[in-house]
Design a protein around this ligand. Structure first.
Ligand SMILES: *[C@@H]1O[C@H](CO)[C@@H](O)[C@H](O)[C@H]1NC(C)=O
Ligand SMILES: *[C@@H]1O[C@H](CO)[C@@H](O)[C@H](O)[C@H]1NC(C)=O
Ligand SMILES: *[C@@H]1O[C@H](CO)[C@@H](O)[C@H](O)[C@H]1NC(C)=O
Length: 263
């Protein structure tokens, strides 16, 4: 009798373990597909209906500062400068910034119903426009909180942790395709394009692009980068241009670099 009981318990344990393993496998398979870019930019958890979409300038400004909301002046500056770069360098005109997380949304596996009520009705960050809970596994419930302002989830998460004690994380977007990064300290815009680039970064006042024939290795996993700064007199300067191959090796293209000033 005792042996049977132990056997049953063991069976249940094995089944439970297998279930958890298969869920984990499913998640990591999805991750792999996303990283291989077979799935386009994807919110890990779907943004709630009514999620706020920011302009490219606002989203970048929010991501690169420690502000709770997009700082208006920086947002406008980034937006204007991106417009200028994309106008002067047509080769990057179709590249846009991919958001790293959904603004105004938090995911938490720790928050209690009482804390949700407090955040909604008595915190300075409420009201909540939506709360969705998902039972991912037994005893593993995920709550997605959607606020009515496009808060920076990292900053908001810190504040809520401090005031209410629960931890949370942003509703992240996994993406490894074309993108724009902004480096606040050097005021540099880094444009990234996946795959091979067969034309030079020509500005609108340069001669038309030629096919690249320089023998630079360019595999499927290669990425091409351009770095720009915008000077005070609204001139766009291509600072660097390079490829990074699938092994992470960086190569400067001599021909392209004749157009660039290396800092
Ligand atoms: C809350 O979010 C869920 C999931 O996206 C959606 O189905 C639902 O309609 C939303 N509710 C409201 C009131 O927006
Ligand atoms: C938040 O509070 C408002 C007003 O008290 C209420 O109508 C709404 O249902 C609450 N939302 C959630 C998600 O609890
Ligand atoms: C590229 O990186 C790999 C691994 O880091 C290294 O073994 C290889 O020698 C590098 N190739 C070149 C051409 O630098």
């Amino acid at each position: 009798m005792k042996g049977t009981l132990t056997g049953n318990a063991l069976g249940v344990l094995i089944i439970l373990t297998l279930q958890i393993l298969s869920v984990t496998c499913e998640i990591s398979r999805v991750h792999q597909l996303i990283y291989k870019n077979q799935i386009p930019a994807k919110e890990w958890v779907k943004p709630q209906s009514g999620a706020i979409t920011l302009s490219e300038g606002e989203q970048i400004a929010l991501e690169v500062t420690n502000q709770l909301l997009p700082p208006p002046e920086l947002s406008q500056k980034i937006s204007d400068e991106l417009k200028l770069i994309k106008y002067k360098y047509r080769v990057v005109s179709k590249i846009s910034h991919q958001r790293k997380w959904v603004p105004g949304e938090l995911i938490s596996t720790k928050i209690t119903a009482e804390q949700i009520r407090q955040v909604n009705s008595s915190s300075e960050y409420g009201p909540l426009v939506n709360v969705t809970t998902i039972d991912l596994l037994p005893f593993y419930i995920v709550s997605i909180l959607s606020f009515n302002k496009p808060y920076n989830p990292l900053v908001l998460g810190e504040m809520l942790k401090f005031q209410y004690g629960f931890s949370s994380s942003p509703n992240s977007v996994y993406y490894d395709g074309d993108d724009i990064f902004y480096d606040l300290s050097s005021k540099t815009y880094i444009f990234k394009r996946r795959g091979c680039v067969d034309q030079e970064a020509v500005s609108t006042d340069s001669p038309p692009p030629r096919r690249r024939n320089d023998g630079v290795t360019c595999g499927e996993d290669s990425k091409h980068y351009w770095e720009f700064v915008v000077t005070d007199d609204d001139n766009v300067r291509l600072v660097k241009e390079y490829d990074i191959d699938g092994d992470g090796n960086r190569s400067f293209n001599r021909k392209y670099n004749s157009l660039a000033i290396i800092n």
